[in-house]
Design a protein around this ligand. Structure first.
Ligand SMILES: Cc1ncc(COP(=O)(O)O)c(C=O)c1O
Length: 450
């Protein structure tokens, strides 16, 4: 006989949401499918937790961004920011759409090449580029953006070794009104350091400066910051062209546009807080057209990451346990935690249920499976009484999770893609113990009697 679980009674004031003309608010966030494929079916086929990406949304999102800029400026190129999401399937779709690759490490450089990207179509950024990878990138003709003075020296050594002049860009940083200012990367503009870098390159004679790169930060909500960035980049480019015999062929303005995600502590929804992509495109392109000389259209490169991919990813999870904490808070343990969802530290996600549930909604805590106090996906989300085995669908999770996830305490989950014609395909297998132990070595002397 099935007996109901006894729960000790408590008295707790429930905040069930604001009253509207129909009465009190009811939690109604139900998602039964992703792009037409049933959540239940996906979890049955590939297990839970499961990351799910939508090809349709990804292509749509890319095209929207690309069109916003290319409708306003004639020479636009997108470099897909690998660190935002470097799953082969995601990168391939974006390369099919016309994006080149933007990488920030030797590993990412190799991953892009392995996928079939020609080195000429790789933008190589980052503060730590090994000598070996610099040599490879220089031979390939990649777009290398120099981060510091040591790298100028390194590339000069590579140029001497290869006996050729190498085209390079420099990364600059600047004040665009964004706080905190990202000043750790590249050469500072206002202090004169960026000009010193150009002088240094010119003096060395082994490198040809052909581009400027800048990335002002991430989740930037101010289109006007980009207008400032672009204006300063154009002015600096002309200053370089006037003083040195270089032609600046590209202005790479980095990434940083916000996605329609909700930052923790921000009360208003993303639809209200996050400016439309057209506002950013207008700020960038209008400033470019106003500041550039007639008939001068250097390539405008964008390395947009999260604004393209974030809303195209979901995480299907399963309710594993239901608790009542001593202070009366309802808490749930689900099968995915901060190990899989790195972005939960700063986002308050949408949490949807796979079915209708009756009962009064109350502020509930969602915890992951880790035996760690910090494993909290949401401190307080208004939910009706969930049942064990139910699925919760968390979104948007497409950016910076399937790259920053941790193999900690448990395995990393599988990832699948729903194709444009509604077919679900695995794009990354769930890890198992072999993936983890195959890297380990147990020296003979540490073996023990069993
Ligand atoms: C150099 C560079 N380009 C592009 C990006 C992508 O940024 P976002 O995802 O904010 O668009 C980053 C992220 O930090 C970056 O450092």
């Amino acid at each position: 006989m099935n007996s109901e679980i006894y729960e000790k009674p408590i008295i707790k004031k429930l905040q069930t949401g604001f009253m509207n003309k129909f009465g009190t608010g009811v939690f109604k966030h139900i998602r039964r499918d992703i792009d037409g494929v049933a959540v239940e079916e996906l979890a049955e086929q590939y297990g839970s937790p499961l990351f799910v990406f939508s090809e349709k949304e990804l292509r749509k999102s890319y095209r929207k961004l690309y069109n916003s800029f290319s409708n306003r400026y004639p020479n636009v190129l997108f470099g897909w920011s690998y660190k935002t999401n470097y799953l082969d399937a995601i990168c391939s779709i974006l390369h099919q759409e016309g994006a080149i690759a933007e990488v920030v490490s030797e590993f990412e450089y190799k991953k892009a090449k392995r996928l079939g990207i020609n080195g000429r179509n790789i933008i190589y950024n980052g503060p730590f580029k090994s000598m070996q990878s610099l040599e490879e990138a220089a031979e390939d003709g990649a777009m290398i953006n120099i981060d510091h003075f040591e790298e100028i020296q390194d590339l000069e050594d590579v140029a001497k070794k290869l006996n050729k002049k190498i085209k390079v860009g420099i990364r600059i940083n600047m004040d665009t009104g964004i706080v905190p200012q990202w000043s750790r990367f590249g050469f500072n503009l206002e202090s004169g350091q960026a000009l010193d870098a150009v002088k240094r390159i010119s003096y060395g004679g082994h490198l040809i400066l052909s581009g400027l790169h800048c990335h002002i930060g991430t989740f930037i909500l101010e289109p006007s910051a980009y207008a400032q960035e672009v204006k300063k980049m154009v002015d600096f480019a002309y200053k370089i062209e006037d003083k040195f015999s270089y032609k600046i062929e590209y202005l790479d303005i980095g990434g940083g546009f916000p996605s329609k995600n909700r930052l923790k502590g921000v009360y208003l929804p993303p639809e209200v807080v996050v400016p439309a992509i057209d506002e950013f495109a207008e700020a960038v392109c209008d400033t470019l057209l106003e500041s550039l000389k007639p008939n001068d259209f250097p390539k405008l490169i964008l390395e947009t990451g999260r604004a393209i991919v974030d809303t195209t990813g979901y995480l299907i999870t399963t309710v594993h346990a239901i608790k009542r904490l001593p202070d009366g808070t309802r808490a749930y343990v689900i099968d995915a935690g901060v190990n899989s969802l790195f972005t939960s530290f700063w986002y308050k996600f949408n949490i949807e249920m796979d079915r209708e549930v009756s009962g009064t909604a109350e502020p509930s805590m969602i915890n992951g499976p880790l035996c760690m106090n910090i494993d909290v996906i949401d401190e307080s989300v208004n939910l009706p009484p969930l049942e064990r085995g139910m699925k919760l669908i968390i979104s948007p999770v497409g950016a910076y999770n399937v790259t920053q996830w941790m193999q900690f305490i448990t395995y990393r989950p599988a990832v699948c893609m729903i194709s444009e014609d509604g077919e679900a395909q695995l794009i990354r297998k769930k890890e198992d113990i072999n993936n983890i132990i195959e890297q380990e070595i147990l020296p003979e002397r540490y073996k023990f009697d069993k």
